[in-house]
Design a protein around this ligand. Structure first.
Ligand code: ARG
Length: 586
């Protein structure tokens, strides 16, 4: 199935060629959804952009295009308005046939893209030796969502976690492991080291209190970097401990499995990265450090800023590792696009490493490296979300609390409705609602803005929230329960009849999912999908108020049931792309 936009674009290409010659065939018709349904469904603004090159008035150009435009099977007769907009209104018969076509399509009209890319999504990337906190929320949620959407559209997606699993913080943990659990290093089976946070806290206590221990920690770093075997074993044990504890949280959050390719993975490649940079003539020695002087970045005195790739003591840093990753991803993974959903505060870091990657010749025209930045999670006081004692909120606590809030809400509702549910049902529904609320609150904001974290708002049944969306799905399902209708058995041959204005509006919206996903493929803004789903449920509600469904006569009854089913399926699919499962009851 070809999307409406794609078909219209084709027709415009033909009309432009016919009217002005082949040179104009590829001109972007600038098709946008009409600003007001009164003007139709789409508006083409190409005439305005052609006024200059053609040396004609836009209105005259619009008339010439319309003369040549053959869209009779899709639209009513196009009209020219204002300074030269071309207004298009989709034909009811066309909409009916499109709805019929997606009824039997599990992808609901979203065709796999014509040119799939190999894409890496770099997430989620905590620094391993520490506990996960609220700062790790957005990369996980946004990264997971972007990966799900791109994969669904048809890209070959690799989820890679660039975890901070190397370097100085490990000295302390390795030294602590050696001191407190010497048997861990010789035991055949893995030892129970308790949870990561206790382990970390105890190590830190000893580190702060004991000079001898600090020395042992420093020594461990040196041994780790020198590749000492016993130290490496200790390091691995610590990595596995944190990996396991992260997995628990990701599982609770429903974050898909990722390939862990932490900073340590690139360690053996760092020397050759520096050599490569030297060979291309980019490397300059500055105060004993090896640097690349950046274009367009200056220090306070207005001098070019150096990016250090090897410190004067010979050590490498975060940037060197990321450069190695860039080179590896292009040369070994052979990707066409790499997306980094990482906080806004690393904007300079990514601009700098991408620049060096380009100048070194690793990033060519054929690959795109994109930093997809996001804003902060704020507390109700408009400052970075913190605990009362001023620490970063632990991710586990945040999730637990959302689930607890969801449970309180659910239990209150059950009481009010005098409903009995099993303990299993309540536990499951609270977990899905709580976690979904956090995800949806995050994804429904423009990624680049900060947002205020509020359990009350995100769990509200009103507004653009997860509970509202989950409820919308449940309500549509309720129709099939009430009428004892098996949506899957709905007449494959039944006709679609769109009569009421609200039916037409809903049908048009149902047919736009592919356009929304195509946009997200470009700008990586998942809030577009949230907005789409929110509007879908509103348009459904309107249809539900306006049109009897179960009491309607045939063929309207079946046609309307099909619209309801398509709404439910779109909600389910869309939510799944946000990483949110639906509930059959709530
Ligand atoms: N571990 C880093 C941090 O916590 C994030 C890594 C992001 N990915 C990357 N390739 N640099 O800040």
């Amino acid at each position: 199935m070809n999307s409406t936009i794609a078909q219209l674009k084709n027709r415009f290409a033909q009309a432009l060629t016919a009217a002005f010659g082949a040179a104009y065939g590829a001109t972007d018709p600038i098709l946008v959804p009409a600003s007001n349904p009164k003007f139709g469904d789409y508006q083409a603004n190409v005439s305005l952009s052609l006024a200059k090159p053609l040396g004609k008035a836009p209105r005259a150009i619009a008339e010439e295009i319309v003369q040549q435009l053959d869209v009779a099977d899709l639209c009513e007769t196009p009209t020219v308005a204002g300074p030269g907009f071309i207004n298009l209104t989709l034909k009811t018969s066309y909409l009916e046939s499109q709805i019929k076509a997606i009824q039997s399509d599990p992808r609901l009209g979203v065709a796999p893209i014509a040119h799939p890319q190999r894409v890496i999504v770099d997430y989620p990337s905590p620094n391993i030796a520490k506990e996960m906190h609220v700062g790790h929320l957005r990369p996980a949620i946004i990264g997971d969502c972007i990966a799900r959407i791109l994969e669904f559209i048809g890209h070959d997606v690799l989820r890679i976690s660039h975890i901070g699993d190397w370097g100085t913080p490990f000295g302390m943990l390795i030294a602590y492991l050696r001191a407190a659990y010497p048997e861990a290093l010789t035991a055949n089976e893995s030892l129970d080291l308790g949870d990561l946070s206790t382990f970390y806290r105890q190590a830190k206590q000893r580190f702060d209190a004991n000079e001898g221990f600090r020395e042992a920690a420093r020594l461990s770093v040196v041994q780790l970097q020198a590749g000492d075997e016993e130290t490496l074993r200790a390091w691995k044990i610590v990595c596995e401990l944190s990996s396991r504890s992260y997995r628990v949280i990701y599982d609770l959050m429903g974050i898909a499995h990722v390939l862990e390719r932490g900073e340590s993975f690139y360690n053996p490649l760092l020397e050759s990265v520096v050599e490569d940079l030297k060979a291309t003539g980019l490397l300059v020695e500055d105060n004993g450090a090896q640097c690349v002087f950046l274009e367009g970045f200056t220090n306070k005195e207005g001098k070019p800023l150096p990016l250090i790739v090897q410190k004067s003591d010979g050590g490498y840093n975060y940037a060197t590792t990321d450069l190695a990753a860039i080179r590896y991803r292009v040369k070994e993974d052979k990707v066409q696009r790499v997306i980094y959903p990482v906080g806004m505060e690393q904007t300079n870091h990514f601009a700098q490493i991408f620049q060096v990657g380009r100048r070194a010749g690793w990033i060519t025209e054929a690959v795109e490296f994109i930093h997809a930045p996001f804003g902060l999670v704020l507390g109700e006081d408009n400052k970075k979300l913190k605990t009362r004692s001023g620490e970063a909120v632990r991710l586990q606590d945040l999730l637990d609390e959302a689930i607890a809030h969801a449970r309180t809400d659910l239990e209150a509702r059950l009481k009010e409705e005098e409903r009995q549910e099993t303990a299993d049902f309540i536990a499951h529904a609270s977990q899905v609602t709580g976690i979904s609320a956090i995800k949806y609150a995050d994804l429904s904001q423009n990624r680049t803005s900060n947002y205020i974290f509020s359990y009350d708002k995100m769990l509200s049944l009103q507004g653009n929230t997860a509970p509202y969306m989950l409820y919308a799905y449940v309500r549509v399902q309720g129709i099939s329960r009430k009428g004892q209708i098996d949506f899957e058995q709905l007449g494959a041959n039944a006709a679609i009849v769109l009569k009421d204005e609200s039916e037409l509006t809903l049908a048009k919206h149902l047919l736009q999912l592919d356009e929304i996903l195509a946009q997200i493929d470009q700008d990586l803004l998942p809030n577009r999908l949230c907005q789409y789903l929110f509007e879908l449920s509103q348009k459904f509600n309107r249809f539900y108020e306006q049109c009897p469904i179960l009491d309607a006569d045939e063929p309207l009854r079946t046609s309307r049931l099909i619209l309801a089913d398509l709404t439910a399926r779109s909600l389910k699919l869309g939510l799944s792309l946000l990483g949110i499962p639906v509930l059959e009851r709530m």
